[in-house]
Design a protein around this ligand. Structure first.
Ligand SMILES: [Ca+2]
Ligand SMILES: [Ca+2]
Length: 170
């Protein structure tokens, strides 16, 4: 059980090139958009940013719909580190933000005050795999990069117990 738990924990806490996260919001469903490349989290510039791009972000993270688009992520604070994406041009049907057209990674004329933010509708989640992934992400949201396997396990177990109880109760 502990091993399985550790594997699940590692899998979901490991960012890979193109991983997304939303930072600085009231929960994992909203915040400044950050994308992982080359071992580093970076932001996305608002040039060309629109609802279609935001839709891809929400769906990549397991949410069905966009609640709000922020072209300057003021409510969520500005990022630091690289600005990885600029001139993003999604059609809205891509499975991940990396599949959308954009400037080359890291090539930008933007400053951090132009970082984009997104708010996704927290209720509307995709089914199956995405639901599971989103639940685990919600559970591990506050435990960013470093956490012990042991506390991760306790957290995940608590998460599944609570989620299981609340969904059976309806
Ligand atoms: Ca766009
Ligand atoms: Ca630009």
């Amino acid at each position: 059980m502990l091993l399985l738990c550790a594997a699940v924990c590692l899998f979901f806490s490991t960012a890979y090139d193109g991983s997304l996260r939303l930072v600085g919001g009231s929960g994992p469903h909203e915040g400044r958009v950050e994308i992982f490349y080359n071992e580093q989290w970076g932001t996305v510039c608002s040039d060309g940013w629109d609802i279609r791009d935001a839709t891809v972000v929400c769906q990549q993270l397991g949410y069905l719909q966009v609640a709000a688009v922020f072209v300057a992520s003021v409510p969520f604070g500005v990022g630091n580190g690289p600005i990885w994406l600029d001139e993003v041009a999604c059609s809205g049907t891509e499975a991940s933000l990396t599949q959308c057209n954009s400037s080359a990674i890291g090539e930008t004329d933007c400053s951090h005050y132009e970082d984009v933010g997104v708010s996704c509708l927290a209720e509307g989640r995709l089914n199956g795999w995405w639901t599971l992934q989103t639940r685990i992400r919600t559970c591990t949201y506050n435990i960013e990069t470093v956490m012990s396997i042991h506390s991760c396990c306790l957290y995940l177990i608590a998460c599944f117990v609570l989620n299981g109880t609340s969904s059976r109760g309806r």
